[in-house]
Design a protein around this ligand. Structure first.
Ligand code: NAD
Length: 268
């Protein structure tokens, strides 16, 4: 039996990568999708975007129309759009929700937790196998390397990205903080500018680059006075995120309501 998917943000970079990956995998059918009201692509067949045979399903601008036949909702849009979809989705219709959108504020994160009373939600700042492996390595390194090792996270993304630091950088920062046994939000230095003074011991620093078409590069640096260890990941195709999100969809479709991570899906 195939799993029916609705793709929110179907006309976006990740939306079209997801449609392409799902239509190449016999486990899935894409039966609906949304994009923002007013987009010229609303009303277009979901598959014409990537040159595949028409699917017979069009991109809609309403959640209700897009999820009518769907088992799983996959959302790579914007924080406001994801939250609006979560309020419009009905548990009697979709079993699971996969959230790839990044840039949520604290209230929005709380709203996602509340929605997980009704849906099996997998939320991750990065759905690639490699980044989730890297998060585990960062956690271990932070646990083993003592407080005289400074931790800095550098991330680079394409010029269209709207949130910073990236969801992946924050995920790696949380992994480092967990390894050290500290509260991430107490030690995170999300940006530096001007007369900031010397580095405070225990800070977890972030640096951000936005340029060209970079899909997503991340580096976690552990630096003592005498040596430097770096753990890095480079995305060379959006397919890694799309394939990971599809694995999460298959996994979540059989799970009880709750909030899950990609670590749960991969059993890391
Ligand atoms: P994008 O701008 O190419 O695509 C977003 C799409 O959402 C656009 O087509 C836009 O029109 C659409 N949209 C906006 N408002 C909408 C609404 N109300 N309803 C339906 N659709 C709406 O961006 P992208 O590069 O595809 O990234 C999308 C999100 O996914 C970002 O938050 C990005 O950081 C995140 N992302 C996450 C991962 C991951 O692995 N978690 C990987 C890549 C990107």
């Amino acid at each position: 039996m195939t799993l029916n998917l609705a793709i929110a943000g179907a006309a976006g970079r990740m939306g079209s990568a997801l449609i392409l990956a799902a239509r190449s995998d016999a486990r899935f059918d894409v039966v609906g999708g949304t994009d923002r009201a007013g987009s010229a692509l609303v009303g277009t067949d979901l598959s014409l975007l990537n040159g595949k045979v028409p699917s017979g399903h069009i991109i809609s601008d309403t959640v209700d129309a897009a999820c009518a036949q769907a088992d799983v909702w996959i959302d790579f849009t914007s924080p406001d759009a994801t939250l609006a979809a979560l309020s419009a989705l009905k548990p009697a219709q979709v079993k699971a929700v996969i959230i790839g959108t990044t840039g949520f504020d604290a209230d929005q994160i709380e709203a996602i937790k509340t929605a997980s009373d009704h849906f099996a939600i997998v939320q991750s700042g990065n759905f690639s196998l490699g980044v989730n492996l890297v998060a585990g390595l960062v956690r271990q390194a932070a646990a083993r390397l003592g407080p005289d090792w400074d931790i800095e996270i550098l991330e680079s993304h394409h010029r269209h990205k709207v949130d910073a630091p990236s969801g992946t950088a924050l995920m790696l920062g949380h992994a480092a903080a967990a390894g050290r046994g500290v509260d991430h939000n107490q030690v995170a230095k999300l940006a530096r500018h001007g007369q900031v003074g010397p580095r405070t011991a225990g800070d977890l620093g972030y640096a951000v680059i936005r340029a060209g078409g970079i899909i997503g590069d991340h580096e976690v640096m552990f630096a003592s006075e005498d040596e430097i260890v770096t753990i890095a990941h480079k995305a060379v195709s959006r397919t890694i995120f799309a394939k990971g999100a599809l694995e999460a969809a298959a996994w979540a479709s059989t799970k009880k309501p709750g909030l899950y991570t990609m670590g749960d899906v991969l059993d890391f």
